[in-house]
Design a protein around this ligand. Structure first.
Ligand SMILES: Nc1ncnc2c1ncn2[C@@H]1O[C@H](COP(=O)(O)OP(=O)(O)O)[C@@H](O)[C@H]1O
Ligand SMILES: [Mg+2]
Length: 223
């Protein structure tokens, strides 16, 4: 099992009360599986992804990713784990505006001291269909193109698990459909595991499995 979550809870203090953000979430994602999490705004989707990414600590429960129990890791080990195992794609792309597309993709390669980062970055851009945009800055790219650059960057270190939070949320539906097709295609080719958060049921329906969150709890009967 690539992702194994048991009885996950996140509770936060709020003005003398306790807010329950996630409550008793249990889920498994197999290696190479594409799993979509849907649910209305505020249902806890981003929080769940952040916990699986080791960006937040749960109040209760366990999270195992690629055989590593995240709640047992210290901050340094967590940071190394994230770098070595996970890729992230966000709704807002998060590209560095002063760097070209190729330079953005090269950032994780250079941080990891990978040999020949510029050539690897160009090959990654080719893989997402943007070979001819390598020297463009984010502002010169459409939303869909920016998300392709962000996907190339997320995949640069060949993560076993890709986490995507509303990756089509800022895109029109045709462009969003293209981004989902790209993510699914890359996932198949690379055999990586994809946990995808979306409130778009049509996009979620293209995943192997759909989990539904409501008010911090997973609904039963997911298929
Ligand atoms: N750090 C925080 N402090 C207080 N409330 C939070 C915090 N993070 C998230 N929430 C609340 O938790 C709920 C779930 O948020 P979120 O995971 O962002 O939902 P979604 O991604 O499904 O829209 C929301 O009600 C949100 O306001
Ligand atoms: Mg969210």
């Amino acid at each position: 099992m690539m992702i194994r979550v048991r009885d996950l809870a996140l509770r936060l203090p709020s003005g003398g009360r306790t807010l329950t953000i996630l409550d008793g979430v249990t889920l498994d994602v197999e290696a190479a599986e594409v799993c979509a999490v849907t649910g209305p705004s505020g249902s806890g989707k981003s929080t769940l992804l952040g916990l699986v990414a080791g960006l937040d600590r749960p109040s209760a429960g366990t999270i195992e990713v690629a055989g590593v129990e995240l709640t047992r890791l210290g901050e340094d080990a967590l940071a190394r784990f994230r770098r070595d195992t996970l890729g992230f794609v966000f709704q807002a792309f998060h590209l560095i505006p002063t760097l070209t597309a190729a330079e953005n993709v090269a950032v994780p390669l250079e941080l990891a001291a990978v040999a020949d980062a510029p050539a690897r970055a160009r090959a990654l851009l080719d893989e997402v269909g943007l070979a001819d945009r390598a020297h463009h800055y984010p502002v010169q790219l459409s939303g869909g193109e920016q998300q392709r650059v962000a996907i190339a960057r997320a995949l640069a270190l060949r993560p076993r698990v890709l986490l995507a939070d509303e990756p089509t949320g800022n895109l029109d539906s045709a462009t969003g459909g293209g981004i989902i097709a790209l993510l699914l295609g890359l996932n198949r080719e690379r055999g990586s595991t994809l946990l995808l958060v979306t409130h778009d049921e049509a996009l979620a329906g293209r995943a192997d499995r759909v989990l539904r969150l409501r008010d911090g709890r997973l609904l039963d009967g997911h298929s």
